[in-house]
Design a binder for this molecule. Structure first.
Ligand SMILES: *[C@@H]1O[C@H](CO)[C@@H](O)[C@H](O)[C@H]1NC(C)=O
Length: 396
């Protein structure tokens, strides 16, 4: 039995059904180059998340899409005009009309990686030496993104070198990036990784106690939870999606959105389908402040996957067959892997204690499968996204 939140229907303040009305009132949500770039990288991220979520139904999944955007953008610098346009479409850059696209992305990456936000990312291309690589490409990417692509020697040393670099870029938090050596025939490899350590604005009191977390179709599991009364959040009920949404403020203009389905279900397809930069931006403007008794699982997780098989789902099948990486090599170079690994931790610590007021009767108890996302409020960029089906099986 889980506790339901009764918010007098007041917070059910937006609707998906009235498309015509929405069209009429359409206002441009993203107006600056940075917020447009934030929206583009987020929409790419939601598409990637959906592709992964539908492939691995009913499992925990986690991504840091912004690091994938960075790796694929570096790759686009090596493509022909035609192939670059295909990549830009998948990356959602075709809507930007930004002649300074690379600089906008570079500035946005620098701003979301400032120390207080708790995110570190790594994105780099590793290229097989046998492709007889064009040296100008190395300089081009390094000059723009401060990361020099690396030629692979084609042996066991490559794996150690990649793993050491990722570890170093993420403050030793993303370890063992590759667990097996790249195949001999490896060509172009896009590496992306991220570490996120959530820092709440308001701290949690009780923490670490084991409590029940409901699992779809199985017995509840016991996981460490953190709890705090009178916790300030922004909240809303979405009756179309049958879920309650809470936005929890983190330090340095970062926030976490939690989408908690009303029922214990690992099928969050409907919810996943609705995610877009515009939807989340709308949410952030319609959720209402509330003080709640908040209970969250203490998350410590690590997740890795090769995203290459998903890129076809993002409209890149044709590009994968013929990527025209003519600025990288005169030979027919192909993308042969897109490994991605993330590590994330949340802890009860925060800047301040909640104010002492009469205890609120509202309860928000995240004790069943949920989706969450971490967003940079300044740019709107999606930093991290995850689906927690069973926190017991999360490992670092
Ligand atoms: C999950 O839910 C969606 C929409 O609610 C439905 O179409 C789909 O069949 C469900 N999938 C499974 C595996 O039950």
């Amino acid at each position: 039995i889980f506790q339901m939140i009764q918010l007098f229907g007041l917070l059910d303040c937006y609707s998906h059904s009235d498309d015509a009305a929405a069209e009429e009132e359409h206002v441009e949500l993203f107006t600056t180059p940075t917020t447009k770039m934030g929206a583009a990288t987020s929409d790419f991220g939601y598409n990637l998340f959906r592709a992964l979520a539908s492939r691995d139904a009913s499992t925990n999944i986690f991504l840091s899409p912004i690091s994938v955007s960075e790796a694929l953008t570096q790759l686009s610098m090596g493509a022909s005009e035609r192939a670059r346009a295909q990549l830009y479409r998948a990356l959602r850059y075709h809507t930007l009309q930004d002649p300074q696209l690379h600089n906008t992305l570079k500035d946005m990456l620098a701003s979301v990686r400032t120390a207080g936000k708790g995110l570190s990312t790594a994105a780099r291309l590793y290229l097989a030496r046998r492709l007889r690589l064009k040296q100008e490409f190395f300089g081009l990417v390094e000059q723009q993104y401060g990361v020099r692509p690396k030629a692979l020697m084609g042996g066991a040393k490559d794996m150690k070198e990649i793993n050491d670099w990722v570890s170093q870029q993420t403050g030793r938090k993303v370890q063992q990036f590759l667990t097996q050596a790249l195949p001999r025939a490896a060509g172009v490899n896009a590496v992306s990784a991220a570490y996120f350590k959530g820092k709440w604005e308001t701290r949690f009191g009780q923490s670490g106690g084991l409590e029940n977390f409901q699992v779809d179709g199985a017995a509840p599991v016991r996981v460490p939870m953190m709890q705090q009364d009178n916790y300030p959040v922004k909240m809303g009920v979405d009756s179309d999606l049958s879920c309650t949404i809470a936005q929890i403020q983190m330090q340095d203009a970062v926030s976490m959105f939690i989408f908690l389905p009303d029922d214990v279900t690992s099928n969050t397809t409907l919810l996943e389908e609705s995610l877009s930069a515009e939807f989340v931006q709308d949410l952030s403007m319609t959720l209402l402040p509330a003080k709640v008794s908040l209970t969250l699982p203490v998350l410590r997780l690590s997740y890795s996957t090769d995203l290459l098989p998903l890129l076809g789902d993002l409209g890149l099948s044709e590009w994968l067959d013929n990527p025209e990486l003519e600025k990288i090599s005169a030979q027919a170079a192909k993308l042969t892997s897109a490994h991605h690994k993330v590590t994330m931790e949340t802890a009860p610590e925060g800047n301040q204690y909640p104010s002492e007021t009469t205890p609120s009767h509202l309860t928000y108890r995240v004790d069943r499968p949920f989706l969450y996302l971490i967003r940079d409020e300044t740019s709107g960029a999606l930093l991290f996204i995850g689906r927690v089906v069973n926190p017991k099986s999360l490992t670092i």
